[in-house]
Design a protein around this ligand. Structure first.
Ligand code: DAH
Length: 334
């Protein structure tokens, strides 16, 4: 058989073989067999050297056409296979732009921050503005103006993070009540979310740092029923309209009378339990006097709720440490 016949036969065989290919691996094997550096097209070209001089131009042309035709057929077949055929390479750059990339993990705000935003939104609907105060406080704002005298156990050095004489990490957000009233005249209607610090031993329900949201409403004629309605509505807005609330008599130096607010939760096993959310009460006249408000003219209510407690109840989180250990596998759920 002449070289020209061989070229034609090679073209027919290669084209037929190509038509039956439907995987990337088979396509690559085909490319190596026919178009590769040691492939059959190449070896056919090498045989041109042995051909008689007068036949060379025609044979050369036929060989070139063979190479072009097979290369084009290969590209066409690769396109037909789509992404599956993309593995077959046409150049030395081994880059597959059709493979999915490494998706960067998208961050989002911490569940505590999300909850603070939600609380602010609920309270804004009831007319409360948001106020902030410093986390490094003085004893006047953390204790004295709040009617907490020198001998009170809440001021024990073992129960507070004192920094240097006169300064401490605030142990409650009630400090912001004083700071706002010092700078505004009634009516005052604010909430103050933020971090507080106490040297508690860390366990499933305690942390040396946690979050509270403080509320304060002072005006003429504010009563305890305003307090109960506001907190009841707040709990229903956050936990759902079916939750019940109850107020238990309690004591805080800065409120009189004082109460603790509990929310009734229903568990999957059918049982129910009252969970304490925080304290509240009518602002003590001594507190109003400390900021030069006239207690004969103004009354007010205040409350302080634990944000971690609310988050843990609503999302069924059994251990407060999960919130602060920054394991993204946990935090990513929210
Ligand atoms: N500050 C109190 C605490 O940390 C909580 C609290 C109780 C705040 C009664 C209030 C209140 O505003 O009226 O335990």
């Amino acid at each position: 058989m002449s070289l020209l016949d061989d070229i034609q036969a090679l073209r027919t065989a290669a084209t037929e073989a190509l038509g039956g290919i439907n995987t990337a691996d088979a396509l690559e094997a085909w490319r190596i067999k026919y178009l590769g550096a040691k492939g059959m097209v190449k070896s056919t070209m090498q045989r041109l050297r042995e051909a008689p001089r007068e036949e060379k131009p025609a044979l050369g042309q036929a060989a070139n056409q063979l190479k072009i035709a097979l290369t084009e057929a290969f590209e066409a077949q690769k396109d037909k296979l789509g992404a599956a055929g993309a593995k077959a390479k046409t150049s030395s750059v081994k880059l597959d732009v059709t493979l999915p990339g490494n998706r960067p993990r998208i961050g989002h705000s911490h569940i505590i921050s999300q909850t603070v935003s939600e609380i602010c939104e609920i309270c804004a609907r009831m007319g409360f503005e948001v106020a902030y105060g410093p986390e490094v406080e003085d004893e006047h704002h953390n204790f004295i103006a709040l009617n907490i005298p020198d001998h009170h156990p809440a001021r024990d050095p073992l129960d507070n993070f004192y920094l240097y004489p006169g300064a401490m990490l605030r142990s409650q957000t009630s400090t912001v009540q004083i700071r706002v009233m010092e700078n505004t005249q009634p009516p005052v209607r604010i909430i103050a979310p933020g971090r507080v610090y106490r040297p508690d031993t860390v366990d499933a329900t305690h942390s040396f740092m946690f979050h509270q949201v403080e509320g304060l409403y002072v005006d003429e004629g504010v009563t305890m029923s305003d307090l109960k309605t506001t907190l009841d509505q707040f709990c229903k807005a956050y936990f759902g309209p079916e939750v019940a609330t109850r107020f238990r008599p309690s004591f805080f130096p800065f409120t009189e009378p004082s109460a603790e607010i509990d929310v009734l939760f229903h568990y999957d096993d059918g049982s129910t339990r009252w969970i304490e959310l925080g304290g509240c009460g009518m602002v003590d006249p001594n507190v109003l006097r400390s900021v030069n408000y006239d207690p004969e003219k103004y009354t007010g209510f205040a409350f302080g709720l634990g944000i971690e407690r609310m988050v843990m109840r609503r999302h069924n989180i059994p251990d407060i440490r999960y919130l602060f250990e920054s394991d993204v596998r946990f935090l990513h759920q929210f």
